[in-house]
Design a binder for this molecule. Structure first.
Ligand SMILES: *[C@@H]1O[C@H](CO)[C@@H](O)[C@H](O)[C@H]1NC(C)=O
Ligand SMILES: *[C@@H]1O[C@H](CO)[C@@H](O)[C@H](O)[C@H]1NC(C)=O
Ligand SMILES: *[C@@H]1O[C@H](CO)[C@@H](O)[C@H](O)[C@H]1NC(C)=O
Ligand SMILES: *[C@@H]1O[C@H](CO)[C@@H](O)[C@H](O)[C@H]1NC(C)=O
Length: 171
């Protein structure tokens, strides 16, 4: 039923509307250690040379302008952003893309800790550290920022269940 309605609807639309600029699709943020990159795909049939305007928040008139389909963003760590992208070509604006909601402190992925091990007689010395945050975040130490702790699994001999230790502070 939906297909039929859509087909009838598109037959009624004039060519100029069908040929207009499509909205960008697949808007998302790839963010690791507070390095945020917004990316999107041009809607089908988007001509080369199209420009894109990026809004970070719904109520924000300031927009970023890009000729590529990805853009590194400088964001405030505790804000909640509603990102969207609009295409612009030859005096024509596309509809606005779907919005993508992103909060840096919740949604960034923290890379794995760096770990090094050394034997010291009948003990093991383990050093652990988290990766550095992107400079634009102003975060000096990701571990302090999140009050993160490390969980260490240690398996002896043929034990099937590893022992686990939790460290809240770096030693
Ligand atoms: C959007 O993403 C989907 C899934 O990755 C992909 O199949 C599709 O081709 C993308 N759309 C465009 C216009 O590139
Ligand atoms: C985007 O920026 C370029 C260079 O600053 C400018 O020439 C162009 O007009 C801008 N596009 C829009 C749609 O504002
Ligand atoms: C831009 O739009 C005008 C009027 O719609 C059209 O005549 C012209 O061919 C277009 N130019 C390009 C490069 O698409
Ligand atoms: C751990 O860090 C301490 C202090 O920086 C250093 O002396 C030691 O060699 C390191 N151990 C390992 C296993 O990396």
């Amino acid at each position: 039923m939906h297909c039929l309605v859509l087909a009838l609807f598109s037959m009624l639309l004039p060519d100029s509307v069908l040929a207009s600029l499509p909205a960008p699709v697949n808007v998302s943020v790839i963010s690791v250690n507070f390095h945020h990159v917004l990316r999107w795909d041009p809607g089908p049939g988007t001509p080369p040379g199209t420009q894109y305007m990026i809004s970070k928040r719904l109520d924000d008139k300031r927009r970023l302008n890009s000729t590529t389909t990805s853009l590194k963003l400088k964001l405030k760590n505790y804000y909640k952003y509603h990102l969207n992208v609009q295409a612009y070509y030859n005096q024509t604006w596309s509809p606005v893309s779907n919005k993508y909601t992103f909060s840096p402190f919740k949604d960034t992925t923290i890379g794995p800790p760096k770990v090094s091990l050394a034997g010291c007689g009948n003990c093991i010395q383990i050093n652990m550290s988290l990766p550095e945050a992107d400079r634009s975040s102003g975060i000096n130490d990701i571990q302090k920022f999140f009050t993160a702790y490390f969980r260490i699994f240690c398996r002896r001999g043929k034990e099937t269940v590893p022992q686990s230790f939790v460290f809240y502070k770096m030693l």
